[in-house]
Design a protein around this ligand. Structure first.
Ligand code: FES
Length: 100
């Protein structure tokens, strides 16, 4: 006759944003984690070093480029968080590997 109500709290996962542990709702994007962390910038433009934070949250502006789990130039708004994920700011342009 009585059914238990579902837990209203969403599940969370722990990620590390610029080295700080942070719990974010499961299914969030890495860009959302960056914004929840309250960072001043996640990247700097390569031309004049202007600070940038996620803006469009849908893969258009590229202001969310970050280093995620050691891989630079990832669009944080297009990446879903996973437990233990490490999200770090990206400074300037990504270094290119030259293969001879
Ligand atoms: S926030 Fe605009 S591309 Fe990610």
């Amino acid at each position: 006759m009585f059914a238990q109500r579902p837990d209203p709290r969403p599940a969370t996962v722990e990620v590390f944003v610029h080295g700080t542990a942070l719990k974010v709702p499961e299914g969030s994007s890495a860009a959302a984690a960056v914004l929840l962390a309250g960072l001043g910038a996640i990247r700097e433009t390569p031309v004049n070093g202007a600070p940038r934070l996620p803006y469009c949250m849908m893969g258009i502006c590229f202001d969310c480029l970050a280093e995620i789990d050691g891989v630079a130039n990832r669009q944080a708004c297009m990446v879903t968080v996973k437990p233990g994920m490490r999200i770090a700011p990206q400074h300037g342009a990504r270094a290119a590997k030259v293969v001879a």
